[in-house]
Design a binder for this molecule. Structure first.
Ligand SMILES: Nc1ncnc2c1ncn2[C@@H]1O[C@H](COP(=O)(O)OP(=O)(O)OP(=O)(O)O)[C@@H](O)[C@H]1O
Length: 242
């Protein structure tokens, strides 16, 4: 029986939704003792185990809490309650450009982002050519990334992330910004990572992609896990909630 790679127990995360009002409206709302801001749970008491080598799809309608959950697993967000336990090295693509510094060149960002993701300077040197090859950005390596398109950001970030030797790889909707050949290449790479026994958690609205890449699906609705099982089961549960 494989070990759990990710364990979430009773995880909660709330945010404040601010209602922007004119000064006059704010005064009226205050007089009526109506709340201008309201706190809501984006992730609501989630228990979830992801086993080593498993490839999990997180699905749900817009605003159901998928990205927030992924950020909690990545450690980008801290839960208000509950526990998030992750074993091993984590990498992935959660937000386009996260971890890239706009004032630095592509070359400098490879070194910096590699270090942030746990690569030693000698590992960055050893893998540098492979990263550049994968990104196909050789001619833009000495350009500041502020001049990159969103697709170029994705190429650089994805190329670094897949070369960090992660145990757990997290992918948000992000592949959507790449062009078709690069998207194909990323998907092949993700499939290879799966064959190598790495653990994947993938967020996407592309249900047929999830069916190709994942072996289990979890459906979120208003921050709660409302169904889980095979990807086909998750997809039909999601469609039934439309
Ligand atoms: N930093 C934040 N501050 C306030 N509200 C937030 C913040 N991040 C997310 N939210 C809210 O939390 C809820 C869940 O957002 P989240 O991005 O996790 O949903 P999602 O399932 O990934 O949605 P989508 O499919 O549209 O990408 C939404 O209502 C969103 O507006």
């Amino acid at each position: 029986m494989s070990q759990p790679r990710v364990v979430l127990e009773g995880v909660q995360k709330s945010f404040t939704r601010r209602h922007t009002r004119s000064l006059k409206e704010s005064a009226v709302w205050s007089a009526q003792r109506r709340k201008l801001n309201h706190r809501f749970r984006a992730v609501d008491h989630v228990d979830l185990h992801v086993r080593e080598g498993e490839s999990l799809a997180l699905v749900g309608h817009n605003g159901s809490g998928k990205s927030t959950l992924l950020k909690l697993v990545a450690g980008v967000l801290v839960p208000d309650a509950g526990r998030v336990l992750v074993r091993g090295r984590v990498a992935g693509l959660i937000e386009v450009g996260a971890g890239l510094h706009r004032d630095l060149t592509g070359r400098e960002n490879i070194a910096l982002n590699g270090a942030i993701l746990g690569m030693s300077p000698s590992q960055v040197r050893q893998r540098f050519d492979a990263i550049v090859d994968f990104s196909e950005l050789e001619e833009f390596l000495d350009t500041q990334v502020r001049f990159y398109s969103s697709g170029m950001f994705l190429r650089l970030a994805f190329a670094v992330a897949v070369h960090t030797d992660p145990d757990l790889f997290l992918v948000d909707e992000i592949l959507a910004v790449g062009d078709e050949p690069f998207r194909r290449k990323c998907l092949d790479r993700v499939a290879r990572m799966r064959q190598e026994g790495r653990t994947l958690v993938v967020v996407s609205h592309d249900l047929s992609l999830l069916d190709q890449v994942c072996d289990r699906g979890v459906v979120l609705d208003h921050g709660r896990v409302v169904a889980q099982g095979s990807v086909a089961h998750a997809v039909s549960s999601l469609r039934a909630r439309a």
